[in-house]
Design a protein. Structure first.
Length: 190
């Protein structure tokens, strides 16, 4: 039986064992009409399959060292005692630029589900917990970062009613591996 609970730093090592892996088979690419003056269309384009584990850059055990996490919330999903999913919600933290200096917004900082538990509504339930926590604590909007090579996440956030409002082509610019990622920011009104 899957159960969910709010956790504290005592669970951070278990949290970090959960991968945030995506099997990438397509990307969203930007089609700039008239160099962008005529608008920008997103097109899904197939790519040669590769895996990307976003968790390698998101170790929750390091958060306490880098940030004041007093206004953050952490939830985990468990199958019995086995950690299988987690979500982090950030709020009211001065040194988090993604909050844009706002105290009425949360950021969905991290959401992950173990590979063998995907497509079982666990991600949906974790997302719902994040939204409910944000609403209950009086926040008006949630900001969500995602990349163009995480098409399943983009589609998931769109399905939740989030709106793609910012695109940064150069946020992760790195031409060493030929897989430049584009940063997407989704906003969900609460």
């Amino acid at each position: 039986m899957i159960n969910y609970k709010r956790i504290d730093y005592n669970y951070f090592e278990a949290y970090d064992t959960i991968p945030m892996r995506v099997d990438v088979t397509s990307h969203y690419v930007l089609d700039k009409i008239n160099n962008g003056l005529g608008g920008i269309l997103l097109k899904e384009v197939a790519v040669e399959k590769y895996s990307r584990d976003f968790a390698e850059h998101a170790k929750v055990t390091k958060f306490r060292e880098k940030f004041n996490i007093a206004n953050w919330a952490f939830f985990m999903a468990f199958d019995g005692e086995l950690p299988i999913g987690a979500v982090t919600i950030v709020s009211r933290t001065a040194d988090i630029s993604m909050l844009d200096g706002r105290d009425d917004m949360t950021v969905l900082w991290d959401i992950r589900v173990s590979d063998t538990y995907k497509r079982q509504e666990i991600g949906q339930n974790l997302f719902d917990l994040a939204v409910e926590w944000s609403r209950t604590n009086g926040f008006k909007q949630m900001k969500i970062e995602c990349q163009n090579n995480n098409v399943p996440a983009c589609n998931f956030y769109h399905k939740q009613g989030a709106v793609l409002r910012k695109i940064d082509e150069y946020a992760y610019y790195d031409d060493t591996d030929g897989r430049d990622e584009i940063q997407f920011f989704w906003y969900l009104d609460l």
